[in-house]
Ligand binder design. Sequence first.
Ligand SMILES: [Zn+2]
Length: 78
Amino acid sequence: MSQEKKVQAPKNQQQAPQAVERSHCKADGCKKGVEKFGFCMEHYDWYMSGLLRGDGQKPIDFEQKYQQYMARRTRKAA
Ligand SMILES: [Zn+2]
């Protein structure tokens, strides 16, 4: 039994646009490192609170949600 190694020359040098590996948070303008689900811890918290969508974009009712989120945080901190 001969072991044939199929060495295929990597012809696909083109980068797949989907497979972009991010080293920083995908929230708009954030430069922090990724901690969870492609977000930094702060924006992961935003994501879990509905302030960010999975793709890092803000939802339509962001302003409303943000105010609720901040109100909740302030209450928690007090
Ligand atoms: Zn972030």
